[in-house]
Each structure stands twice: as C-alpha cells, then as structure tokens.
Design a protein around this ligand. Structure first.
Ligand SMILES: [Zn+2]
Ligand SMILES: [Zn+2]
Length: 378
C-alpha cells in the first residue's frame, strides 16, 4: 500500500512538471544583406540583428530610373522590417550611385549621410546635385565625410571604412598583414577620377566578413592590398564595380579569397571576359552570383541561371553563347536590354559563426555555406 502511494505520488509529480520545451532552438540572429537590382548601378542594404540599417548607394539618376530604384530599395527595407536608413554611404559621385537619393529621402527618413567629400570629376549632374540638392537632404541629419580607418557605429557588428577619398587604410586589420603573392604580377588599370575615391567598407559580424569597395579601380586595389594584404580574407565580396575590367585584379580578388562573390552588373555592363576568368579561377571561390545575365559574358563565361537574380523585360529564347564586346559609348551606341519590370534582390543572411545563406529572390534558390576555418585565421 505504502509503495503504491509513493508510486502514485511520483507519477503525480512527473505529470504536473512543466513539459520540456520543444521550441528551445531559437533561430540565431542574422546580419542580412540585400543586393538590390538597380540596373548596373549600386544599392546594397545591410540590416543588423537589432534592425539598424546601413545602405550603400541609391541607384541611378533619371526620370524613370530614380523613382524605380528608390522604390526597389524601399521594397527591400519593407522585407527587412526597417522604416528608416540609419547610415547612408554614397560611395562616390557617379549617377549610378547617388541617383535615387533624393527620391529615397522623400519616402523614408535618413539619419546620417556619409561620403568621401567633394566631387573630383566635374560633371553637370553631380555638381548640380551637390550644390543644390544634397545640402538640403542632410540639413536635418548628420553629415559625415569618411576617412579610411573610421568605424561606422552599429550595434552588434563592425563596419570599418577601408578606402575613402583616394586613401586606403595604412595598417593591417586583424587577420590581415601577410605578404600578398599576387602583387608581383599586377597589371594596373585606371578608369576616371571619381571611381578611385570610393568609400569602401569591411563589415564584420562575429566570424563573418563581407567587403564592398564601391567602384575602386585596379590601381587603388593595389594600394590597398600591396605589398601586404591589409584586409585578410573575406566570406563575401560584394559589388565588384559592376564586374567591369578596370577593377577586379587578382591582387584584390584572389588575395581576399571570397567564398562567394555577388556582382552588381547590368544587362550589358560588367561581367567582361577578363573579370569572369579572374573570378572563376579565384582560389576558394564557391559561387559567383550575378544581378543580371550580362551580354558581355555570353553563355561561355556566365554562371548558371539559378545564380542570376534578374532577367529582361523581353526575355530572350536563348542567351547568346559568345560574349559580345561593349559598343563604344556615345549617342550612337545601341541601348542595353531594358529591365524596368519586377526586380529581384540577392539576399545574404549571415550568422556570427561565419556561416551564411544566399537566396535568389527570383527563383527562391538558396544555398547555405557552412562555417569553416578561414585560411590564415588563427
Ligand atoms: Zn534588372
Ligand atoms: Zn558604378
């Protein structure tokens, strides 16, 4: 009898105990990065776990392009659940980088405007914007001229300026500093005055590292990466100056050893043969993701369609096999294939252990890159 009582008591205790929780495995917080389609321009949104936002560039100028690109940025903000831009970096004063800024500022609050300083490449549109529009946009916000070495204050991650106004960081970051073996075979390349002024940042989130260097050219890549690689290696290389061949030297790409590169190319901008060869031969590169198929790659050099976020308004039955050469710029150049319709981003969700997932919003294709020991990391 006594034994039965004890048994019953024990049973009662067991059934009255709280059920073990099955929902203990909470999703870890992620740094989310949206590479937004702005038609061969640049707009990349970083959102921290605490929903702080950093936007690099605002897409293209133009009566059609500026509202289109600002709208695409707002769509990404909605998806990320952010209502304002905490930090806006304008990498440099080209129309494919600051073009949608006024439109965006009319739709969402922007708290800080970051740039490299004055325009060094005189041009009507940029100069008029800097004189008449920009000061009004930052009048009630914070305006910061970035210097290499600066940190952009964001909770939970480290956003470090590594290039700005033609200067690069002079001391190596943690994980960097080793001699760069690619410097010996470097071949220079320049473009124009503004591209090398670009504000470039390295974003570190735990063990995860992503870099975006705006449109810096080969000569500036050399200054940053030689004779010693001051950056070290990265998980994700963003932007790539649209994949054009005045940038993307081995000195940069191969030495950074990205696992993933995401190229903000246009339908006929970037993705040139030389760049594609550099990327496809980059040590440790697992995948290249592209904003568009580029005619300058052709099927010969492009990645499979599942890694490409956007198509054209008038889809082709088949992509041409051979790459084409870009027509000489000017009023007689035939227009590049148009994409003003629905646009898709490529989203990176990174975790502090260094693992990350990349998703193509067009087809839902998603790939997770598991955490791994970075070569050279201790
Ligand atoms: Zn597009
Ligand atoms: Zn550009």
């Amino acid at each position: 009898m006594r034994a039965t009582m004890i048994l019953l008591l024990a049973f009662a205790i067991v059934i009255s105990a709280p059920l073990p929780s099955v929902a203990q495995t909470k999703t870890p917080p992620t740094l989310d990065i949206y590479v937004i389609d702005v038609e061969g321009g640049n707009a990349v949104l970083f959102v921290s776990p605490s929903h702080e936002s950093l936007l690099m560039d605002t897409g293209n100028v133009g009566a059609v392009a500026a509202p289109r690109d600002a709208g695409r940025i707002v769509d990404a903000m909605k998806d990320a659940g952010v209502q304002r831009i905490d930090h806006l970096i304008t990498t440099h004063w080209h129309g494919d980088h600051f073009g949608g800024m006024a439109e965006l500022a009319s739709r969402v609050p922007i708290r800080e405007f970051i740039d490299h300083g004055p325009n060094v490449q005189p041009g009507e549109v940029a100069d008029a914007f800097l004189q008449n529009t920009y000061p009004k946009l930052y009048a009630n916000a914070k305006h910061t001229v970035a210097q290499a070495g600066d940190t952009i204050a964001m909770a939970g991650l480290d956003a470090r300026v590594v290039t700005s106004a033609g200067k690069t960081i002079q001391t190596s970051l943690p994980g960097g500093g080793a001699p760069n073996p690619y410097c010996a075979s470097f071949k220079g390349g320049e473009n124009n005055a503004e591209d090398p002024q670009s504000v470039g940042i390295l974003v570190t989130f735990g063990k995860f590292r992503a870099i975006h260097l705006g449109d810096i050219t080969k000569n500036k890549e050399f200054e940053l990466m030689c004779p010693n690689n001051r950056i070290g290696t990265v998980d994700v290389l963003l932007g790539l100056h649209h994949g054009v061949d005045s940038s993307n030297s081995e000195v940069l790409v191969h030495a950074l050893r990205p696992r993933v590169a995401i190229m903000n190319n246009g339908t006929r901008k970037g993705g040139q043969v030389e760049v594609m060869k550099t990327l496809h031969s980059s040590p440790g590169l697992e995948d290249l993701w592209q904003m568009h198929f580029s005619q300058l790659s052709g099927q010969e050099y492009t990645v499979p369609g599942m890694f490409i976020a956007n198509v054209l308004d008038e889809p082709l039955a088949a992509m041409p096999v051979a790459p084409i050469s870009a027509p000489p710029p000017g009023p007689d150049a035939p227009p590049a294939p148009v994409h003003n319709g629905r646009a898709y981003w490529i989203k990176v969700s990174a975790r502090t252990d260094g693992s990350f997932t990349v998703t193509n919003a067009r087809n839902g294709f998603s790939k997770t890159y598991s955490a791994r020991v970075r070569p050279g990391a201790s």
